[in-house]
Design a protein around this ligand. Structure first.
Ligand code: DX5
Ligand code: ZN
Length: 227
């Protein structure tokens, strides 16, 4: 089995800001608007204060994602993520991102992801320097640069993030996709793209916007130009 995120530039709607009472129809709206990556935020109440969802929700979205040829991008904001990888792979994750701050065993966790045949990502918090990825850059598919502090949707974009994305690009080289997450909207996405990002997670700007998820997704994609 080999799964991964699609290559190229993508806006990845984060279901964190969706209406969970009608999750299926909300996700369908963004799939119909062209989304090919759905971002699932997993929080454990330890690494970050909130608790969100687990493998059950990944499994619940799998068939719908398959029908649209879309990938499930699982962002683990949990301590000791290496202990949960097998469950999320079994549930149908195409790519799993762990936090560099959440385990002393990043390399082991990344190798574990590779053995499972899914995309391997490592995320860094705003206070973690790009150098934290120096020894695993050659092993990972995705470097996720948090552009807010993890834990909540709807926070303002940290203004110094594009500079950090540039330094991260130098650190990880051209082969690794850079994903940005937090405060991404039609204004901030292009700033991150110029700095070297190609994956743009957006929660509240997609599911919390009055225009509705489909149109709001398209507005961010249009701000990034032809993809
Ligand atoms: C925050 C999560 C994000 C969140 C982003 O910790 O990792 O994926 O959904 O939300 P917005 O786009 O509203 O900043
Ligand atoms: Zn996320």
């Amino acid at each position: 089995m080999s799964r991964s995120l699609p290559s190229g530039t993508h806006v990845a709607p984060s279901i964190l800001s969706a209406d969970f009472a009608r999750l299926g129809s909300q996700v369908q709206e963004v799939l119909d608007a062209g989304a090919r990556i759905i971002h699932v935020d997993v929080m454990d109440g330890h690494f970050v204060p909130p608790i969100t969802v687990g493998p059950l929700v990944v499994a619940a979205l799998r068939e719908q994602a398959d029908a649209a040829d879309a990938a499930l991008d699982v962002h683990l904001m949990i301590e000791r993520p290496e202990r949960q990888i097998a469950e999320f792979v079994k549930a149908g994750a195409d790519s799993v991102t762990i936090h560099a701050e959440a385990t002393p065993h990043i390399a082991y966790a990344v190798e574990h992801l590779r053995e499972h045949g899914v995309g391997a990502g490592v995320a860094i918090n705003p206070s973690t320097p790009p150098q934290a990825l120096a020894e695993v850059a050659h092993l990972i598919d995705v470097a996720l640069c948090m552009t807010v502090n993890p834990g909540w949707g709807g926070q303002p974009f940290i203004a110094r993030s594009p500079g950090k994305v540039r330094r991260l690009r130098e650190q990880v080289g051209p082969q690794t996709a850079i994903e940005v997450d937090g405060g991404i909207d039609p204004r901030t996405a292009p700033l991150c793209r110029e700095a070297g990002a190609s994956l743009f997670v957006a929660g509240s700007a997609v599911f919390g916007s009055p225009a509705g998820p489909g149109e709001s997704f398209r507005a961010i994609a249009a701000a990034l130009g032809p993809v």
